[in-house]
Design a protein around this ligand. Structure first.
Ligand code: CMP
Length: 140
């Protein structure tokens, strides 16, 4: 498997509890290099666009309100098989189902307040990176 890039969000529940460094350390320990990183606060319109694929889900409103409730840290992670590796390090969406040692098992509060987001495929990774980062912010 070649070197890939994936997109990550450290969510409001985690930034609020000062877990940005602890989560970044998990990525780095897994061999994922943080090649871009910034702390931002999304507008409601940005959150609704970013999570547009979930717009018909019953939790959509709650999800978007949560994602704008506090700053988030958006990152680009690079490494061998980065998309799958990041999903492994994050653990299952619902922390109750996450394996021991994963970010969500250790830090997530609930299925909604689950500390991190990570891209699920190469196409979404490319779209999500481009949504938050300009070419100038992405060094090799
Ligand atoms: P994420 O990887 O950011 O992608 C979509 C998010 O929707 C997901 O993580 C969860 O935080 C959230 N989500 C999924 N299912 C539920 C649910 N049943 N209730 C609230 N939020 C949910």
């Amino acid at each position: 498997m070649a070197i890939q890039r994936t997109f990550s969000i450290i969510k409001p529940d985690a930034t609020k509890r000062n877990l940005t460094g602890a989560i970044a350390a998990k990525f780095e320990a897994a061999g994922l290099r943080i090649v871009a990183s910034k702390r931002i606060q999304m507008t409601l319109a940005q959150a609704e666009t970013f999570y547009g694929v979930h717009s018909e889900r019953p939790f959509f409103g709650e999800l978007c309100e949560f994602m704008i409730s506090e700053p988030i840290v958006v990152q680009v992670l690079e490494g061998e098989d980065a998309i799958a590796k990041n999903r492994e390090v994050m653990g299952a969406t619902n922390p109750a189902d996450a394996d021991a040692g994963t970010i969500r098992k250790e830090f997530a509060l609930s299925i909604g307040e689950n500390s991190v987001h990570g891209s699920d495929a190469p196409e979404t990774a490319a779209e999500e990176i481009a949504f938050f980062f300009s070419g100038l912010e992405l060094v090799g």
